[in-house]
Ligand binder design. Sequence first.
Ligand code: PLP
Length: 369
Amino acid sequence: MEDHRSSKFPELTRELLADLKQVFQTGEGQPFIFPATGSGGWETALVNTRSPGDRLLAVRNGHFSHLFIDCAQRHGLVVDAIDVEWGEPAPPDRIEEALKADADKAIQGVLIVHNETATGVTSDLASIRRAIDAAGHPALLYVDGVSSVCSLDFRMDEWGVDLAITGSQKGLMLPAGLGIVCASPKALAQNESAKCSRCFFDWGDMQKANATGYFPYTPALSLLFGLQESLNLLLEEGLENVFARHHRLAEGVRAAVRAWGLELCSKRRENDSDSVTAVMVPEGVSGADVVDVAFKRYNLSLGAGLARVAGKLFRIGHLGALNELMLLGALAGAEMAMRDVGIDIALGSGVAAAQDSYSRSAQPLTAAR
Ligand code: PLP
């Protein structure tokens, strides 16, 4: 490891913080990099901006939004949850209604998971911002972007996101180990009066050290070097191209699911996620068995159904450093695993549908990587 107290180290810190602002699409936001994961990102966003007893409004539409709420509650925050069916996005109309009903503006924050990885559903942050504005409500907008940032369009400034949270192991294409949060000026101002207890996750210590190019404790140095490389790759490809590539790849996966005759967990086509697809399995078959057979027999890692949807689905992740052929391999493996556990699908049907989708949406030859 290099010396993280060396006189050269600040160059890395400064480059990372500047490049992170680009991927969050923010001018004024302040990024923080903690040795943690996405869950640590939730915690640092909450404890640095809130005091015990504060009220929050949250949408629960899957396992990760449930855990985000749980994190807030364990810190003594009071959460009004809007429960929707898993597979549905966060409903802007219900958010607006709840905020309008909060006449004395007691609600201090709105918690949303941008891309619910458990169900493969992306919520529309622009509409949620409009709903908050239509209610004339000053609540901060807390957004879990763990499986969206760097894979799906995420416009922190334009959508008025106050706390944007992500981890290193998804769109940033690294091993797990970094919890990254970007705070708006409004969120930073809130830090001064926030009374939730904190030490390791304190922004004050981090800001003081980062201002000189250092960290308040030993940073996850190898991951920081990895992050530098990931950010270079993303910015070199261009964010617009990264998002377009994810959309193109996801369209192929959805074409494969249709060809298999199976349903998505996501209920509305306009909210289908471009970073993960959750595929419902037929009655009488366990999605967990598909995942296990895929892993043991074909060395393919699919995602299992979590909590309420355990056994009912399996998930195909399609984000990060990925291209058409890699995904076609995953689709072929998923087909074999499904066939092995007794799901009646025609081998090759999904692969062919995805191939067709990819060849129709093929990039000009000059853009081939
Ligand atoms: N939020 C979302 C949307 C996730 O997908 C995950 C993990 O997959 C988390 C939060 C939790 O992140 P971590 O497992 O890195 O703590």
